[in-house]
Design a protein around this ligand. Sequence first.
Ligand SMILES: [Zn+2]
Length: 102
Amino acid sequence: MQAEVRTYKMKPVSPRVQEKLDKSYEESLGLAERELRCPNCGRLVCVLFSDAGGHIRLLCKNCKTYSTYNLGYFRRQKGFGRHKERMLRGEDCSRQRRSSYR
Ligand SMILES: [Zn+2]
């Protein structure tokens, strides 16, 4: 017997809201992204764009804690400086495979 596929109630997105979503996506294309991780367990809780600011309260789905973040205090990312240096030198920034696995 085949398992029943769950369906969720979803309301259709209005054209006005869809227009805002499309515009938001287009504006975000030129921005850099950074990850915001839970201070308690390290799980990714949010992806922020470089123009994000102010305060935000997020729920970590792993440890179920609400945390309030001032995004001004969470600007730096560990290891990003090296990544930025490589980008400025024009090197390939994609992850490279380790030759020891061959
Ligand atoms: Zn957590």
